[in-house]
Design a protein around this ligand. Structure first.
Ligand SMILES: *[C@@H]1O[C@H](CO)[C@@H](O)[C@H](O)[C@H]1NC(C)=O
Ligand SMILES: *[C@@H]1O[C@H](CO)[C@@H](O)[C@H](O)[C@H]1NC(C)=O
Ligand SMILES: *[C@@H]1O[C@H](CO)[C@@H](O)[C@H](O)[C@H]1NC(C)=O
Length: 464
């Protein structure tokens, strides 16, 4: 009895000891904090690119430079001088003789209806989505996010509804339809998908990029609107992203960075690519002389951000020292140091955009001619397919067998707005030959040597 009493007394003393109480409370607090941390810690948000597919239009839509100039001449809207300008532009930009035009251009006259434009985008969208579904085997009901981008053609119901309807995708699918966002919209869509995948766990996101040229042929006499008639061609791509952790085993790439910049608040940038009617009432996309400067001012901050994220410390350090010395002692006239991006990036895939922009980029980043090959060959084979060109470029390096496990791939696109986007991928595996690749049958013929011609100056008219 005594012992028990004694023990109880001890125990109560023990429990009322303030120091011990504090200790216990402290431990409890720590444990609850730890619990909170574990419970609120975000699950890993890695985004994988399982696979992608590019649309290859039927051979009946192949069109040589000669044929497209002859077709255009036949419509009766254009002067001989315009047709001559068209021939020269296609030649000098490096377009080949097997790019694809929309069906509507093969008629004797050019009078497109909305149904023609719809048919063109549906062919490109269904063509690429069918291939993607066949390649990946993903089940329709597993796709939780869908983003479609197409700049010029806009329909009601939207293009994303067309896709949901065609494939009977699930009812609670999250869909977005990006219109009017220019050539960089395809990468804007990837950036949006990345953000959505960070809040929707265990989802698949499908991105479909295309452009419509059917209704987009400018019929007037304005040179700076006529330029677009020369280069635009049919294209489409579909991409499947996933954040299922187990998909790292089957995916081709992992998304590392998505960087978007824009200078739409500057009037000069905003107006440099502008869709409007000319004085005679014909609709066209006006491209003015500020294009190059707007492109440079938009792309520069993009490149700097990419550099900050990916360059090795040594490159950043040399850049910094060079920058300081140049600013402190300008009389020394030291050349600006260009960090070597190819130390980290194995494949550089810029949008086919104008030759001057590509040349500037190549110079600014110090990439070799081989690094620019995918972009130039895509322009040669498929023409300017707007937001989808970067996917034909990725398909090109895959078909060439150049993508090795661990390689970094940089896609960069820019367009009206003015907007620029960079996406950096890391290859999860060495990509093997694949029958669905649009280049597969003919890759051995590439690269072709492009005859370098004197650039000629385009006379730009101011927009109205
Ligand atoms: C515009 O630029 C800002 C950064 O400068 C970026 O955060 C934003 O996502 C960009 N928007 C688009 C549509 O590119
Ligand atoms: C940049 O780095 C790559 C890879 O390390 C190298 O092959 C190339 O010669 C370098 N370029 C320049 C201009 O130093
Ligand atoms: C490709 O088309 C876009 C319009 O979307 C235009 O800004 C760009 O200059 C074109 N590139 C070439 C090479 O014509």
């Amino acid at each position: 009895m005594f012992i028990i009493n004694h023990n109880l007394e001890d125990l109560s003393k023990f429990l009322t000891d303030p120091i011990l109480l504090y200790n216990i409370m402290f431990i409890l607090l720590l444990m609850s904090l730890l619990l909170c941390f574990v419970m609120t810690k975000k699950p890993s948000c890695k985004v994988y690119l399982i696979d992608f597919a590019c649309y290859k239009p039927p051979d009946s839509q192949k069109c040589s430079k000669e044929l497209s100039a002859n077709l255009a001449a036949g419509y009766g809207y254009f002067t001989d001088e315009q047709i001559d300008f068209m021939r020269k532009t296609m030649e000098r930009a490096g377009l080949g003789d097997s790019t694809y035009l929309a069906e509507v251009f093969f008629g004797k006259t050019y009078n497109p209806f909305m149904k023609d434009a719809r048919r063109e985008v549906e062919m490109a969208i269904f063509g690429s989505v069918d291939t993607l579904l066949a390649k990946t085997g993903v089940r329709y009901e597993d796709i939780g996010i869908l983003i479609v981008n197409c700049c010029i053609y806009n329909s009601e119901p939207s293009l994303s509804s067309i896709v949901v309807n065609q494939y009977k995708l699930r009812e609670n699918i999250v869909t977005y339809n990006l219109v009017g966002m220019g050539c960089s919209a395809g990468l804007v869509a990837i950036g949006l998908a990345k953000q959505l995948l960070q809040v929707h766990q265990n989802s698949y996101a499908m991105i479909v990029s295309t452009e419509s040229i059917t209704e987009n042929c400018y019929k007037g006499k304005d040179r700076s609107k006529f330029l677009i008639n020369c280069m635009f061609r049919v294209g489409g791509a579909a991409i499947l992203l996933s954040n299922h952790p187990s998909d790292h085993k089957i995916s081709k790439y992992q998304l590392l960075h998505a960087i978007h910049t824009n200078t739409s608040s500057s009037d000069r940038s905003y107006n440099c690519i502008y869709r409007e009617e000319d004085n005679a009432g014909f609709v066209g996309v006006n491209v003015n002389k500020d294009l190059l400067i707007s492109a440079i001012t938009t792309i520069r901050p993009n490149l700097i951000t990419v550099g900050r994220l990916i360059l090795p410390i040594k490159e950043k350090f040399i850049y910094l020292i060079n920058h300081i010395v140049r600013n402190l002692i300008p009389t020394l006239k030291i050349k600006q140091y260009t960090p070597n991006y190819s130390k980290v990036v194995d494949h550089f895939l810029p949008h086919v955009g104008g030759k001057p922009v590509l040349d500037e980029l190549q110079k600014a980043l110090g990439f070799s001619d081989e690094a620019m090959e995918a972009s130039r060959m895509t322009l040669y084979r498929y023409g300017n397919t707007s937001s989808t060109s970067i996917w034909y470029e990725l398909a090109y390096i895959e078909a060439k067998g150049r993508v090795k496990k661990g390689n970094w791939v940089w896609q960069i696109a820019f367009g009206s707005g003015f907007k620029g986007s960079s996406i950096i991928w890391c290859a999860m595996k060495t990509v093997n030959h694949d029958e669905h690749n649009p280049w597969t049958d003919e890759i051995a013929k590439f690269p072709v040597t492009l005859t370098i011609r004197e650039p000629f100056t385009v006379h730009f008219d101011p927009s109205n």
